[in-house]
Each structure stands twice: as C-alpha cells, then as structure tokens.
Design a binder for this molecule. Structure first.
Ligand code: NDP
Length: 259
C-alpha cells in the first residue's frame, strides 16, 4: 500500500529535508514554484535580481504558512555571481537537492528590428543563466549522487513564435541543454527535465496587447490561460521521488497548445 502511495499521489511533506534553489522566484511562476516546494517541506532559496522587496514578501508568505525560505539576490546571467551564490548556499545548508531554472525575460521584436542588446539580454538570462547554475551545482549533485534539475522552457521554444526569435532560441536552447546534461548525469542518480509552459497569467503576459492575448487564446484548445500554480504542480512532481525514472523530458503544461 505504501508503495502505491509513492507512485499515485503527491504526499504532503514529501520534500522535507530537501533544499531547493528557484531562480527568478520573486514573481509569477517562480513565486508559485517556491511556495509549492515549500508547502511540500523543502527549504527554498528564493532567488531574485531586481525585485528584492517582492522576494522578501515571498519568503514572508512561506514562513507565515510554516515553511522555510530565504531570499538570495543574484543575476543569473553572471557566471561568477552564480558561483558565489552556490558556494554561499552550500556553506550554509550543506546541500542543494532541487534546482529550478525559472528566471527569464523577454525583449520581443521582429527579426529585422531586433537589436544585438535585445538578443544578448534574453540569451544571457534565459539560457546562459541555466548553464551557470547547473555548471556550479553539478559537482555537488555528483558528489551526493542525487539531484533534480528542472528547467522552465516555453511553448515558444517548441513551436517558435513571430516576434520572439531571441526568446524562442533561448527556450529551444534550454531543451538541448536539458537533454544533453540529462544524458551526462543519468547514471549518477541525477534527473534533468524541462517544463514547457504555454500562456500563463503573470507580469510577463500582462504586458501583452489585447490583440495578442486574443490571438493566443485562439491557439489554446482548452480555451483558457494557465495559472502559475499549474506549472508549480508539475515542478513539485519532477522534484519529488515519483519522477525518479524520468529524465531528459520536456513536459508540456499548456492547455494543449503544442500537442
Ligand atoms: P515574470 O516576468 O513574471 O518573472 C520573471 C522572474 O525572473 C522574476 O522573478 C525576475 O526577478 C526573474 N529574473 C529576470 N531576470 C533575472 C536575472 N538576470 N537573474 C535572476 N532573476 C531574474 O515571468 P514569468 O513568471 O511569466 O516567467 C517565469 C519563467 O517562465 C520564465 O523563464 C519564462 O520565460 C517562462 N515562461 C512563462 C510563460 C508565461 O506565459 N508567463 C510561458 C512560458 C514560459 P526580478 O524581478 O527580481 O528581477
């Protein structure tokens, strides 16, 4: 009976004793992921870059509901800063068990108008940012012979999207990064997967025009936009033991957009 519980339900407290680093957790999807992991018992490092106050609010919310969290500032695009962040976390907590690469930005433009800065900013944050954290944490995952890495990609990285060549390239790149690192680490007890959200209600999508919003809704078979919690639930599953035999996968959470 106990065995079947492991496989067929998410047990409250299943992440007790685990330490999770969630990048870009001050707002939106990252915030929901941090809260959901904390609810399962993980101690959560809430990473932010610009939104310190909002990250502190997330920590406060988690602590108010009996969880454990700490806000950690770091620009994920900065390789050396990510190294220092990882060393600081290891020095304080001793281990990291779950890494969620969620930090992301958009700088949409048509290819004819896209500037080098717009391209670099998006690639440096969304793709190199994930490389930076994985690169610094992988030696600890290898030492402990366990770890769950979850990269937040996007439906744009799977299908492409006009006006988002930089963003789509970064998110498709994340899928390649996920699969390659998954193959490298699969024999060492480390799982590396990607989640590809569709259209989720956050600050990022609130910035869209009414016309763009209408167009997107028409592409979603379920006919509604997703919520950050829809992504967070999948991340909880990929962070827990119920997904121990899953690696190198891209899980679509998109109301059917990319089937
Ligand atoms: P938001 O714009 O709401 O939040 C973005 C988060 O990323 C913030 O917490 C922000 O932190 C953080 N961030 C940005 N740049 C950096 C950086 N250099 N270093 C550290 N943190 C950074 O985005 P969403 O919640 O909507 O998106 C979260 C992830 O999900 C992104 O990777 C996005 O691409 C992806 N996604 C979102 C979809 C959607 O429809 N919303 C669809 C598909 C994928 P701060 O404010 O502190 O700088």
């Amino acid at each position: 009976m106990e065995e079947s519980n492991k496989f067929f339900s998410i047990q409250a407290g299943q992440l007790t004793g685990k330490v999770a680093l969630v990048t870009g957790a001050s707002r939106g999807i990252g915030r929901a992921i941090a809260q959901a992991l904390a609810k399962q018992g993980a101690a959560v490092l809430v990473n932010y870059n610009g939104s310190r106050e909002r990250a502190l609010e997330v920590v406060d919310e988690i602590e108010q509901s009996g969880g454990q969290a700490e806000a950690v500032g770091c620009d994920v695009a900065d390789f050396a800063a990510c190294g220092k962040l990882v060393e600081d976390i290891i020095a304080k907590y001793g281990h990291v068990d779950i890494l969620v690469n969620n930090a992301g930005v958009t700088r949409d433009n048509l290819i004819l108008r896209m500037t080098e800065e717009e391209y670099d900013k998006v690639l440096d944050t969304n793709l190199k940012g994930a490389f930076n954290t994985i690169r610094h944490l992988s030696r600890y995952f290898l030492k402990q012979r366990s770890g769950k890495v979850i990269n937040i990609s996007s439906v744009s990285g799977v299908m492409g999207n006009a006006g988002q060549s930089n963003y789509s390239a970064s998110k498709a790149g994340l899928i390649g990064l996920t699969k390659s690192v998954a193959r490298e680490l699969a024999g060492k007890g480390i799982c590396v997967n990607a989640v590809a959200p569709g259209y989720i209600s956050t600050d990022m999508t609130d910035a869209l025009s009414e016309k763009a919003r209408e167009g997107l809704l028409q592409m979603i078979p379920m006919g509604k936009i997703g919520q950050p919690e829809d992504i967070a639930q999948m991340v909880v599953f990929l962070a827990g033991s119920g997904s121990d035999y899953i690696t190198g996968q891209v899980i679509h959470v998109d109301g059917g957009m990319a089937m």
